[in-house]
Design a protein around this ligand. Structure first.
Ligand code: ATP
Length: 348
């Protein structure tokens, strides 16, 4: 296990700056999830940490050890990193067992020890019995699992996972993710997990790192980034969010389509209000701070449902998440009330 300290990292391909003055620190044993739109530099950051590409400037430290700066200091194989690239990249000519054992030092491990580690890893990825299979004989999802096992077998100081679960079906994905996170935690391994899945980031990580255009837009605990986003864009990247036009008045009150003001409103600051759909509540009866609307669509997910409600006052449609069972039908007249933090972002 090791801590990670990246300072002012910059990586360019030709004239294109892909990582731009990026700084990030992780404590020993911390698991970070890296979330961001396609092309924002997530894989490039992992490859720089692994020593597979050379930064233009900045430093990368594992604990007190300087492993990377503009001239690569420590070669990839000496960094103690388990790297699972996006396409598992198994050795096609080696069996599953040999792929998993690939990084294990034959001098410091006996044949029996290697067999034991391989069999433990196969059990972890639910692939016991596949020892002698060739990569071409197993599915894409199974290949990813073998790549994961190969990375974890060497008990690395740090694990870098580039969307390792994306090829798996929902149930296997959830199970394997939970197993891998438990294993990383038990071993105290520092890890970075790249994912496009917002829930996966929130559920797996100690810290969620939101990247955009080669920079970090926000990082913090899952609760911090979800509850206190620094911008509407960040709010949308961690979960469903309603972004409504809003005004904040000098007396501290805020108005928006779901925050009607009573009394006289003075002049205020124009901006946007961010609301999570689960912070809105529906009722058949009106209250002093509710607004009226009509249910126009119901997406039922089993455990909950997302209702589209068209507000009577301005015809704006908003999404409201409610717990199942759903007591409304399309056409129901409802009263919408917000209870939760008011996240106001002034327009520049
Ligand atoms: P995705 O989520 O789609 O995997 P990403 O956030 O991981 O995207 P990167 O793969 O890091 O993005 O790529 C960032 C940018 O750098 C992209 O515009 C990509 O085209 C460019 N890029 C990546 N590798 C190279 C390379 N070897 N040479 C030139 N440009 C590259």
């Amino acid at each position: 296990m090791t801590s990670l300290d990246i300072a002012h990292l910059e990586v360019s391909f030709g004239s294109k700056k892909v990582i731009d003055d990026l700084s990030l620190s992780l404590k020993e044993g911390e698991i970070a999830a890296l979330l961001g739109p396609s092309g924002c530099g997530k894989t490039t950051l992992l490859r720089a940490i692994a020593g597979l590409i050379q930064p233009n400037s900045g430093t990368i430290r594992f604990g007190a050890q300087l492993v990377g700066l503009s001239s690569v200091v420590l070669p990839p194989h000496r960094r103690g990193i388990g790297y699972v690239p996006q396409q598992g990249a198994l050795f096609p000519h080696l069996s599953v067992a040999k792929n998993i054992a690939f990084g294990l030092d034959k001098k410091s491990h006996s044949k029996a020890e290697i067999e034991k580690i391989v069999s433990e890893m196969l059990e972890l990825i639910s692939m016991t019995g596949f020892e002698e299979s060739q990569p071409s004989e197993i599915s894409g999802g199974q290949q990813t699992r073998v790549a994961l096992a190969r990375a974890l077998a060497v008990k690395p100081k740090m694990v870098l996972l580039d969307e390792p679960f994306s090829a798996l079906d929902a149930q296997l994905r959830g199970e394997l993710r939970s197993d891998v996170v438990s294993l990383l935690r038990a071993a105290g391994t520092t890890a970075i997990l790249v994912t496009h899945d917002r829930e996966e980031a929130l559920v797996s990580a100690d810290r969620v790192v939101l990247m955009r255009d080669g920079k970090i837009a926000q990082h913090g605990t899952p609760e911090e980034v979800y509850e206190h986003p620094v911008s509407p864009t960040v709010a949308m990247s961690t979960g469903d969010a309603l972004v409504l036009a809003g005004v904040r008045y000098a007396d501290g009150r805020t108005s928006s389509a779901v925050h009607p003001l009573t009394g006289e409103a003075l002049s205020g600051e124009i901006g946007e209000v961010v609301i999570r759909p689960e912070e809105l509540h529906l009722s058949t009866t009106a209250s002093s701070n509710s607004v009226e609307g009509t249910v126009v669509k119901i997406d039922y997910y089993g455990h909950d449902a997302m209702l589209e409600v068209k507000l009577q006052k301005n015809s704006q449609s908003i999404n409201v998440r409610i717990a199942a069972p759903v007591d409304f039908v399309v056409g129901s007249v409802v009263h919408v009330q917000h209870s939760g933090p008011i996240r106001f972002f002034a327009k520049n």
